[in-house]
Design a protein around this ligand. Sequence first.
Ligand SMILES: Cc1cc2nc3c(=O)[nH]c(=O)nc-3n(C[C@H](O)[C@H](O)[C@H](O)COP(=O)(O)OP(=O)(O)OC[C@H]3O[C@@H](n4cnc5c(N)ncnc54)[C@H](O)[C@@H]3O)c2cc1C
Length: 442
Amino acid sequence: MSGCLHVIGGGLAGLSAALAAAGAGRRVVLYEAGPACGGRARSYEDRQLGCRIDNGNHLLLSGNRATFDYLDRIGARHTLAGPGVPMFPFADISPDRGADLHWTLRLSRGRTPWWVLDPARRVPGMRLRELLSLVRMLRAREGTTVSECLSPGMLADRLLVPLSISVLNTRPEVGSAMLMAAAMRESLAAGGDACIPWFPRLGLSESLVEPALARLRAHGASVRTGCRVWGLGTDRGRVTRLVLPEGEQVLGAGDAVVLAVTAPVAAELLAGPLPGLALPDSFESILNLHYRIALQDHLGGDLARAGFAGIVGGIAEWVFVRPGIVSVTISAANHLAGRDNAAVAAQVWTEISRVLQPALRPKRQADGLVVSLPHDAPPYRVLREKRATFAATTAQQKLRPGSRTDLRNLVLAGDWTDTGLPATIEGAIRSGKTAVRALARP
Ligand SMILES: Cc1cc2nc3c(=O)[nH]c(=O)nc-3n(C[C@H](O)[C@H](O)[C@H](O)COP(=O)(O)OP(=O)(O)OC[C@H]3O[C@@H](n4cnc5c(N)ncnc54)[C@H](O)[C@@H]3O)c2cc1C
């Protein structure tokens, strides 16, 4: 590869592509439309809450090989936090249950799933024959949905359905079983060592973005934030110009482009140069709620050790306890589009109070007060990422393009390209590396 590599989009796919190319000695310019890089995985100062928050909670698993390789390349593995073991605290707060049920899924470390034999480590109420759901999922063919693979029972209700909603960001009735299986092959089916949960200790940008930018600058790459690429000029099957805010950038003969923007933006930019190119066009939202409350020093038990818990039977799905903040994730949240923020925040606070209260240590403060949760929601911020990911349905899966295009010097990257995985950090990072490799091949 010679010439300059122009990377359009400073999300994790773009950063991964830029790092792969700059690390191999290529000149790189990265163009990011927003004021900062990170895309859908970013941190920012929230004036209303008076603190820094992530746009949404992101969970990584130790089996995310490309992500950990990326973290090692940018020297940021140590910025992650987590329990260090494959444990997942859960609570079932279904209204039809007499009382809330709390348990912790504790996977055995190796490939053999010994944990399923131990009632104290597995999902309460599950029967062993329900494990057939996993077998059916791993053997699923194109067109099969997650729901079609599931045997009714507690394994589905308390683990596989919640897991598939958060992994696919799509309801199981329409979610692709093949995509879910691809994620499971690299996690649950690979054993507990591949399922150790990790999340950024301080924030997404501190772990995944800022160290990458520092490494890029050390390689001499140029990063231009606030620089939206408005169009691509082409001539005889090549990209020859980028339309930038200040005018046109003419590409040299050896220059190439990695288009690492979102699917809707890629569709717009490529409509002229590649008419007829079909890309994913249906999306699901994720709703995140951040409550300004400092509970991290008042919790005990598995929730405190893990730093998060899964919730079954409410609208809240995961709760994360961070310094000064309690954050909640609701995936596949298109169904909440019509509900106002105050109503959602009040309902979710009631739900997570039932998960947090039992974990509160009855410690007396210096002023003699016992810590307890406020009845009403503390100050909060609701963030709705309307197009958080493409809908991981069997129909959308067919629309995911590979990295190569009919333009010789343009390749695609992004979690929506055909990574073989659902729209995840791991998929985005892999797509960036794949795109750069594709350019190197004639
Ligand atoms: C709330 C939320 C929670 C999530 N939780 C998880 C999780 O727990 N685990 C997990 O693995 N994944 C999770 N994901 C998914 C993960 O964040 C994404 O898969 C990943 O960040 C996508 O990276 P990307 O680079 O493909 O796209 P993006 O991050 O969207 O990057 C595209 C970039 O291109 C820029 N851009 C757009 N148009 C232009 C233009 N014309 N010129 C220049 N730049 C442009 C955008 O500003 C953006 O920065 C979550 C996503 C959300 C939204």
